[in-house]
Design a protein around this ligand. Structure first.
Ligand code: ZN
Length: 234
């Protein structure tokens, strides 16, 4: 795929240009990390993080547009704070996890919701619904401030000029840094891996032609991205 994360000033851009970038690794995701989202899908609130993964082939750049699969039923958007890992984490403490954050951006956990419901009913894994090619569109990544407060990051999705998701990391059941440490007890995180930290309430289906505005607020900088949804066969 040649998808890399390229250092551009102090921002890691999600780009297919191989230039100076480092290769993107796996994407580790957490399910139901916001209570209000668990409730909207009638799921119980988990007692510990629910983890799943998307392969590097799931990554796609959020440019002027990104693609959703056509003919696969409803494709939901879950807008999530994405963390780019900069150093290896294996059974890491929270302070090691804090030091390993190389960038903060926005990732979309695209989910074929009809297919996921069928898989869940049968007790089968979710990968076909969540790990398909292009299932993780990513923005570029901003460098966090040295004293970044990871409990105060704001995340907004506007769809066709209407606010659909409006959350902040203070609402997470497992906060970002604790989550990185927890993940590293199960899977070693490597430089270039990305962690999606769960979605606030307000998930819903995307349609081709939708115009999306994504916003991520850090202490000292704000990332704003406008993009459009197109449908494409997988
Ligand atoms: Zn998600």
């Amino acid at each position: 795929m040649g998808y890399t994360l390229q250092l551009d000033g102090d921002t890691f851009a999600a780009t297919e240009n191989n230039g100076l970038g480092r290769e993107l690794g796996k994407i580790v995701c957490v399910g139901r990390n916001y209570a209000a989202h668990a409730a909207e899908l009638n799921n119980p609130i988990p007692t510990e993080p629910i983890l799943f993964m998307k392969p590097a082939t799931a990554a796609a750049e959020i440019g002027s547009y990104f693609s959703i699969p056509s003919g696969r039923g409803s494709c939901h958007i879950e807008t999530e704070i994405a963390v780019l890992i900069g150093s290896e984490l294996c059974r890491a403490s929270e302070s090691q996890a804090l030091d390993a954050v190389a960038g903060i951006g926005i990732g979309l956990d695209l989910t074929l919701r009809d297919l996921q419901a069928t898989l869940k009913d049968k007790g089968l894994p979710w990968e076909k619904a969540k790990a398909f090619d292009g299932s993780c569109p990513l923005t570029g990544f901003m460098s966090p401030a040295a004293d970044e407060d990871y409990a105060k990051l704001g995340l907004v999705l506007k769809r066709n000029n209407v606010i659909q998701q409006d959350g902040n990391s203070g609402q997470m059941l497992t906060p970002i840094i604790s989550l990185l440490s927890y993940i590293s007890e199960h899977f070693t995180l490597m430089p270039g891996d990305v962690v999606l930290t769960g979605t606030p309430a307000g998930v819903g289906p995307l349609d081709p032609g939708d115009h999306l505005e994504l916003e991520l607020k850090l202490a000292q900088s704000t990332l704003r991205v406008s993009t459009e949804v197109v449908a494409k066969a997988l």
